[in-house]
Design a protein around this ligand. Structure first.
Ligand code: SF4
Ligand code: FES
Length: 375
C-alpha cells in the first residue's frame, strides 16, 4: 500500500554548533564534520525531497549557519519550489549572511533564546555574548521583512520570566513565539534533574500564556509546549511516526525523528544507500512504528490512538526501556504515576550541576543554581 508523502523534511546539515545549551536535544555522540554530507549530495537529497512531495525544508543542526554552503543549499531548495525555513541560534547570523539568505529565497527564520537576561542566557547556552548577537540578528530578520519566530526555551531557571519573553517577542516584531519547555532528550535528559520546573512554576506560566494569548490576539501567535512529564496526554510526536516528517542527519541517515538513533534494533538507511522515496515507503525504521498495528494496550484499543499515535517512541524508550511501550506521559500508562513523582521529586530537590558538551566535559560542569533563584 502506498504511503502518503511527508510534508516536511528536517535537514540537519551539521551537528557543529558554537553553543552548548544544557538542554540540547541532539545526540550525546555528535557526527563530526568529516562525516557530513557534501554540497552535491545535499542538493540531490533536496531534489529527491521535492520529487517525493515534501513542501517544507527546515534547515537545522547543530547550527546550520556553521555550514559554509548553507546559502547554496537554501538557493537550491527554493529553486525546487520548497519552502525554506532556517532554525538557528543566530550567533553566526550577521547582516551580510542574512542578505545572502534573503537573495537565496529563505522564507522564515526561527531564533532560539535561552533567557531575556543576557548573562543568564549565555550561562544556559554555554557561550559568552550569545544573547546580544541573537538580539541583533532578530532585528536584521524583521528589518528584512522576513517572518520571525522567537523560540523561548523555558526551564526552572527562567520559568518566572515568560512575561518578559512575550515582551521581547513583541518588541522584536516577531509574528510567533514558542514558549517551549525543555524536552528531555539528549543533553536535556542528561541535565533533567537540574532543569525540571516545579508544578507551581508550570501553573504560573500557563496562566501568563493564556492571558497573553487573549491580550495579543492578532499581534502575536503563542505556541506553548509544556514539560511532558506533567502532562496527562502525550504529544503527537512528529505528528505520528513516519506520517508527516522525515529527518536527514548530518551523515545522511534518514530518520523518522531526531532521536530515533537512540532506539536499539533499528536499521537506518542513508541517502547513499537508497532514494528518499524508497526509504520513506519501505525502510524498516519508518515502518516499525507507522500507523497503529504495532501498538500495545492500552493504546491499541484507545480512542486517541489516531490523535497522538501513542506519543513519543524515544521518550517511551528513555523512561521505560521499551520503545514500543505506551508513552509513560499518558495517564493510561502503568508508568505514568512514577514519571510524575520523579518530576516532582527532581523539581523539589534539583541537581546543582549542569553538564556541558565539550572535550573537557567532566571538568566542565557548573553550578546550576541561577543568580535569579535567590531573588
Ligand atoms: Fe494516546 Fe495510547 Fe494514551 Fe491512548 S493510551 S491516549 S493512544 S498514548
Ligand atoms: Fe523520537 Fe518522539 S523524539 S518519536
Amino acid at each position: 500500500m502506498s504511503v502518503p508523502p511527508p510534508f516536511a523534511m528536517l535537514a540537519e546539515v551539521t551537528h557543529r554548533c558554537p553553543m552548548r545549551c544544557v538542554y540540547c536535544s541532539n545526540p550525546l555522540a555528535l557526527e563530526p564534520a568529516s562525516k557530513e554530507l557534501d554540497t552535491d549530495t545535499w542538493r540531490r537529497v533536496l531534489d529527491e525531497a521535492a520529487d517525493l512531495g515534501v513542501l517544507q525544508v527546515h534547515f537545522s543542526g547543530g547550527e546550520p549557519m556553521a555550514r559554509r554552503d548553507l546559502v547554496a543549499l537554501v538557493d537550491h531548495a527554493t529553486r525546487q519550489g520548497l519552502y525554506a525555513n532556517l532554525i538557528t541560534s543566530a550567533v553566526l547570523l550577521d547582516q551580510e549572511q542574512l542578505a545572502r539568505l534573503v537573495d537565496a529565497g529563505i522564507e522564515h527564520v526561527q531564533i532560539s533564546f535561552q533567557d531575556i537576561d543576557a548573562a543568564e542566557g549565555d550561562r544556559i547556552g554555554g557561550l559568552a555574548d550569545a544573547h546580544q548577537k541573537k538580539l541583533a540578528a532578530a532585528r536584521y530578520v524583521t528589518a528584512a521583512g522576513l517572518p520571525l519566530t522567537v523560540n523561548a526555551v523555558v526551564q526552572r531557571y527562567n520559568a518566572s520570566r515568560v512575561t518578559e519573553f512575550i515582551d521581547l517577542a513583541v518588541g522584536l516584531g516577531a509574528g510567533r513565539l514558542e514558549v517551549a519547555n525543555v524536552q528531555y532528550y539528549g543533553w536535556g535528559l542528561l541535565n533533567r534533574a537540574a532543569l525540571m520546573p516545579t508544578r507551581e512554576q508550570l501553573d504560573e506560566m500557563t496562566a501568563v500564556v493564556e492571558a497573553a494569548r487573549q491580550r495579543l490576539a492578532g499581534v502575536l501567535t503563542i505556541d506553548y509546549v509544556i514539560p511532558d512529564y506533567y502532562a496527562r496526554m502525550p504529544k503527537s510526536c512528529m505528528g505520528g511516526w513516519a506520517r508527516q516528517f522525515l529527518n536527514v542527519d548530518p551523515a545522511g541517515r534518514v530518520l523518522p525523528c531526531h532521536a530515533a538513533t537512540t532506539i536499539p534494533g533499528m536499521t537506518f538507511d542513508t541517502v547513499h544507500d537508497r532514494g528518499l522515496a524508497e526509504i520513506w515507503q519501505h525502510s524498516q525504521a519508518f515502518n516499525r512504528f507507522r500507523g497503529t498495528a504495532w501498538m500495545p494496550e492500552p493504546c491499541a484499543s484507545c480512542e486517541y490512538r489516531e490523535v497522538d499515535w501513542g506519543g513519543c517512541r524515544c521518550q517511551a524508550l528513555a523512561l521505560t526501556g521499551d520503545a514500543a511501550a505506551t508513552d509513560p506521559v499518558c495517564h493510561k500508562s502503568p508508568h505514568h504515576q512514577a514519571i510524575l513523582a520523579m518530576a516532582e521529586a527532581e523539581s523539589a530537590a534539583p541537581s546543582d550541576t549542569f553538564v556541558y558538551r565539550g572535550a573537557r566535559e567532566r571538568a566542565d560542569m557548573q553550578r546550576a543554581r541561577s543568580p535569579f533563584e535567590a531573588q
